[in-house]
Design a protein around this ligand. Sequence first.
Ligand code: B16
Ligand code: MG
Length: 218
Amino acid sequence: MLKACIFDLDGVIVDTAHFHFLAWKRLADELAIPFTEEDNEHLKGVSRIDSLHFLLKLGNKTISPEAFEDALYRKNSWFLDYIAQMTPADILGGVSEFLALLQASSHRIALGSASKNARLILDRVGLTHYFEVLIDGNQIAKAKPAPDVFLKGAEGLGLSPDECVVFEDGIAGIEAAHNAGMKAIGIGKPDVLHMAKYVIPNFEGMTIEKLENIFETM
Ligand code: B16
Ligand code: MG
């Protein structure tokens, strides 16, 4: 039986995925590494450190440990500049309404994000109060596709994986949910998230009844 929803953050609740792309793109340009939105798909849900490794591999570059740390710091500071401008208007379509429906129907709500900035982002858009458990990049050693972030979420709620459903926009995140033994609903495009059993474009029009039907058929 479905008891809880575990939400990814970037690309599911808010479109910070685009801000990550802009910040990585700026760094890629500085390092003269060609970097496209298609490349960025591979960074969705991937930790900051692993993302930089991916970028450097893409450009066939090696940098010193000091330059690596400096690049991480600068990428994050550009990203934080974007976040500072966020307001509740940045919440993706249907999310606020769906969270309210879940709360009213006593479904439990948790966050499972790779981002170390997750709490800051939820605070900026005014959604923190919905989340009973908040697992983010500060609490997990093994990033998605490792199952840790979602297993910790279920553990925090005191539930088993088969009582939870994960909402994810990233390839690594869908894999992480499956590795955790959880059903995952993709948010985005079916051709990108081909490993997801069910994909919706966003939460507009989502109801508890619809969710329970989807959950049963997955
Ligand atoms: P930060 P999610 C992920 O968040 C992003 O999708 C990914 O692009 C980013 O690199 C990662 O968080 C780390 O974020 O640099 O803020 O710690 O999709 O798991 O909510
Ligand atoms: Mg995401």
